[in-house]
Design a protein around this ligand. Structure first.
Ligand SMILES: NC(=O)c1ccc[n+]([C@@H]2O[C@H](COP(=O)([O-])OP(=O)(O)OC[C@H]3O[C@@H](n4cnc5c(N)ncnc54)[C@H](O)[C@@H]3O)[C@@H](O)[C@H]2O)c1
Length: 261
């Protein structure tokens, strides 16, 4: 059901890769709620062509950008502002990549070039994005920026590898930039800590199937799906959450607060 929660709002969504992606679902829901969108992903991801269908479905402009490149982010934000003819109301950072995970290098035998890339793409890119938005004064007052995170930022999950450290840094950037952006421009910044979800990135995590099943069994409401996450993101982009900022918000069916029995 649509409620027109984002009527007239303009947003950039990072990280839609295929129909399973959290960002893909978020784009579909934001469009249903009346938002105008710019979709972005790496040039390689755009070349796959899958995103063309989503852009068509949501009437969005597609702009390639490597989230770890300040130049790409500057060009993206400039193009989005030109396309919208004004400021941006919301941004979703739904980006993560670990070569250590991809190559099966365990945490205790990390390759440090890979580790650096994990931190750069999955966490520092959020700072770069926020800095570009801030310097260009591109966000509308009471705008909303959200990044996707996981509870491995707080608790040890061996299979999550160096991505756990990236998520801890991401959540810290959310707080550190949140205080500045909130005080000076009334822009809110939050992280959504999502249940294990069977996406491309999710399935790259060592032991994901077991992790998914155990989390589902422990969570009083069961794992939250990507569709439910999209609903929650719409609420965070909307005017109904204007004083929520600098938070890690658990969208996990209660997993993060549940004890053993
Ligand atoms: N799937 C889960 O279990 C889960 C749980 C909690 C949080 N998250 C987080 O949600 C976010 C989205 O992941 P997803 O599960 O939808 O998987 P996904 O694989 O669909 O999305 C990850 C996206 O990151 C993009 N990306 C990688 N490198 C990039 C770069 N250099 N520049 C721009 N984009 C780049 C990929 O192209 C892809 O679109 C990630 O931050 C992930 O860590 C996922």
């Amino acid at each position: 059901m649509a409620y027109n929660l984002l009527k007239g709002k303009r947003g950039i969504i990072f990280g839609a890769l295929n129909e399973q992606s959290i960002a893909w679902k978020a784009a579909v829901r934001a469009h249903e709620e009346g938002a105008r969108l710019v979709l972005t992903n790496t040039p390689v991801a755009l070349r796959l062509g899958t995103l063309n269908g989503l852009a068509e479905q949501t009437g969005a402009l597609l702009v390639p950008a490597d989230a770890s490149s300040v130049e790409d982010l500057q060009a993206l934000v400039a193009k989005a502002q030109e396309h919208f003819g004004g400021k941006i109301d919301f941004v979703l950072h739904s980006v993560a990549m670990s070569m250590n995970l991809r190559k099966g290098r365990p945490y205790e035998a990390a390759n440090y070039d890979f580790f650096g890339k994990t931190l750069d793409i999955s966490a520092l890119s959020f700072h770069k994005l926020l800095q570009v938005l801030y310097e260009r004064d591109a966000m509308a007052e009471w705008g909303s920026v959200v990044a996707m995170t996981y509870i491995a930022a707080q608790r040890a999950f061996e299979g999550y590898n160096d991505m756990a450290d990236a998520k801890a840094l991401l959540e810290s950037i959310c707080r550190s930039f949140g205080v500045i952006y909130g005080r000076r421009k009334r822009v809110r910044i939050n992280c959504v800590s999502q249940s294990p979800t069977l996406t491309t990135a999710g399935q790259g995590i060592a032991g994901m199937t077991e992790m998914f099943g155990k989390a589902d069994a422990i969570s009083p409401l069961g794992n939250a799906s990507a569709d439910d996450c999209a609903d929650y993101l719409v609420a965070l982009f909307s005017d109904l959450t204007r004083h929520v900022t600098m938070q890690t918000l658990y969208h996990d069916g209660g997993y993060s607060m549940t004890g053993i029995i």
